[in-house]
Design a protein around this ligand. Structure first.
Ligand code: FAD
Ligand code: NAD
Length: 503
């Protein structure tokens, strides 16, 4: 069952998997006239993840940080086909990918008898697609480390749909708690909002949650707002470990003293049930006093649980790793060389969070890799074109047709020179770190900024918050996103946040 896509016989079929930071950066920068380009992703929009923690609490509208894929495609130079599907398998030998597309066909039943009934049918289609060149940018999923109960009871903060799930959970628990008497332990449990993972995702969300409770909920339900307890649980001794130590101290001070977020560090969550998380206190073996139990397990009740413990690889990535012996069963992602070629495979490139490299899995890295690969693929396409032209010229030269007045030697020399230039221009990816930014709540942010290789600045506070907002708006991919994000901030400044879901 082979799907046909619009096809120019003279160009290679380039398939790009994913519509996230890496793939969209590639698409925006690629000369799409050089390949038959097809993009495959279950998500028909780009999601600006750095601002996703602002969505569940209503600071930003989800629509403001998404960009329809068709809008991006419209701006490319050549034709690009989009298939809304998930890649389920990659065959690196037959150069074939298997796809699964899921659609819901809902038909209104208009007969008098079933007047109000809607019938919907889920249609699953499986098909294969051949590629000449494949680019894998499928990102990562949230790592649960196989901890029991996480998948069943916790919310994540990774995809667009996660934000509305968290928002609905917050509202549901607040409503349920508000009808219980003040001294009811169930009320206390419901108003306990627990975030597991003190990385930037967990901390930024905790900051946003604090802002919602203190800036908005306090006006409408002051008693409930005062009773809500936000806890961030982190296994390591500190949160935000990729930042400078000074900024970690500053962020911890703001969280504990200014926002009253409960920071529970050195606490490793091991189990989750529908009302509690169970965690082991990680004690320093050399510094344990007689009264401390090294394996002490504590129970933390929760009403809302958000799980943000970092990245794990998707099934499609793990399957590809298994299919290529040189990948050595890599557990942390696809191994790639300097030019982003998947090691041990032909004509497969990979970038972003599905790879394991020296760089952190960030949007910044993924975006720069996309720009690099666009340039690299352009050079490879030009090299192919020149090689083909040279071989045609050599054939004509051998035939030595009398009626043509082409100077074959001169033509071949010029094209060979061009070919060498393109070949010499091929180079590996180099990353330029611009710094890291994180919002920590109460209109404060932290920033570790770098200029070239020699200067770094670590700063935190309200001015950094202004810088954080300016930087993220400027990073939004379209003018539409930039304007909508600014309007949302303006609206929240004037009228407060609106958490009531109408979807
Ligand atoms: P993604 O952007 O995740 O895109 C993956 C794409 O692949 C998606 O379109 C998905 O639908 C698609 N896909 C998934 N499975 C399949 C499949 N089987 N077949 C086809 N397509 C598939 N980084 C920063 O640098 N700065 C920040 O401030 C920052 N903030 C963040 C905040 C949050 C809440 C999160 C979750 C992450 C944040 N990051 C940040 C990290 C950043 O988002 C990732 O590093 C980046 O998204 C990686 O890009 P990617 O293209 O590899 O994957
Ligand atoms: P992370 O990997 O940065 O942090 C996860 C944290 O969870 C770690 O500190 C880890 O010690 C902790 N943890 C893991 N298991 C635990 C357990 N069982 N109990 C308690 N704690 C546990 O993950 P993230 O915050 O989701 O970020 C993922 C990637 O996205 C990172 O590369 C990050 O740099 C990037 N990101 C960047 C930004 C930013 O720059 N502002 C924002 C969000 C994400």
């Amino acid at each position: 069952n082979l799907k046909q896509v619009p096809h120019d016989k003279n160009k290679k079929n380039l398939i790009i998997l994913g519509s996230g930071w890496s793939s969209i950066s590639l698409l925006k920068n690629l000369d799409t006239t050089l390949y038959n380009v097809t993009i495959v992703s279950p998500r028909d929009f780009f999601l600006f993840t750095p601002l996703l923690p602002s969505v569940p609490t209503g600071t930003l509208d989800l629509n403001s940080i998404t960009e329809p894929l068709q809008q991006i495609i419209k701006r490319t130079k050549g034709q690009v086909n989009y298939i809304e599907a998930e890649a389920t398998n990659i065959d690196p030998v037959l150069k074939k990918i298997s796809l699964k597309s899921v659609s819901v066909n809902s038909s209104n039943n208009t007969s008098e008898k079933d007047e109000n009934e809607n019938e919907s049918e889920t249609i699953i289609k499986n098909y294969d697609l051949n590629y000449d060149v494949l680019v894998v940018g499928v990102g990562a999923k949230v790592n649960t480390f196989g901890i029991p109960g996480v998948q069943k009871y916790a919310c994540y903060l990774k995809e667009a749909s996660d934000s509305s799930k968290i928002r609905k959970n917050i509202l549901k628990t607040i409503e349920a708690a508000s009808i219980l008497p003040k001294d009811d332990p169930e009320r206390e449990r419901l108003l306990s909002m627990v975030i597991v993972g003190g990385g930037p995702t967990g901390v930024e969300f905790a900051g946003e949650l604090h802002d919602y409770i203190h800036d908005d909920l306090k006006k409408w339900m002051p008693q409930i707002a005062d009773e809500i307890k936000v806890t961030v649980i982190e296994a390591l001794p500190n949160i935000l470990n990729m930042f400078d130590k000074k900024l970690i101290d500053y962020a911890e001070h703001i969280l504990i003293d200014e926002t009253s977020i409960n920071l529970q560090t050195k606490t490793l969550v091991q189990n989750v049930d529908q009302s509690n998380v169970y965690a082991k206190l990680v004690t320093d073996k050399n510094n344990i006093n007689e009264n401390q139990n090294q394996n002490q397990i504590i129970k933390i009740p929760y009403g809302v649980l958000v799980w943000a413990t970092g990245n794990g690889q998707r099934e499609i990535t793990n399957n590809l790793i298994q299919a290529i012996p040189s990948q050595n069963n890599s557990k942390r992602g696809l191994l790639v060389d300097d030019c982003l070629n998947v090691i041990g495979a032909n004509d497969i490139f990979a970038f972003g969070d599905c790879t394991f490299t020296n760089y952190a899995p960030t949007a910044q890295v993924a975006y720069q890799q996309g720009i690099y690969l666009a340039d690299h693929l352009k050079s490879l396409a030009k090299i192919d074109i020149l090689n083909e032209k040279l071989s045609d010229l050599n054939i004509l030269k051998q035939k030595n047709l009398p009626e043509t007045n082409i100077n074959y030697n001169k033509e071949i020399k010029t094209l060979s020179k061009k070919l060498i230039n393109y070949q010499n221009s091929l180079h590996g990816f180099t990353y330029h770190h611009m710094g890291s930014l994180a919002y920590i709540g109460s209109d404060k942010a932290i920033a570790d900024l770098s200029w070239k290789d020699w200067q770094t600045i670590s700063t935190g506070g309200i001015m950094t918050f202004v810088f954080w907002r300016t930087a993220y708006v400027s990073m939004c991919l379209s003018m539409r996103n930039k304007v909508l994000v600014c309007l949302d901030w303006f609206k929240v400044g004037l009228f407060g946040r609106d958490l009531n879901p109408r979807d």
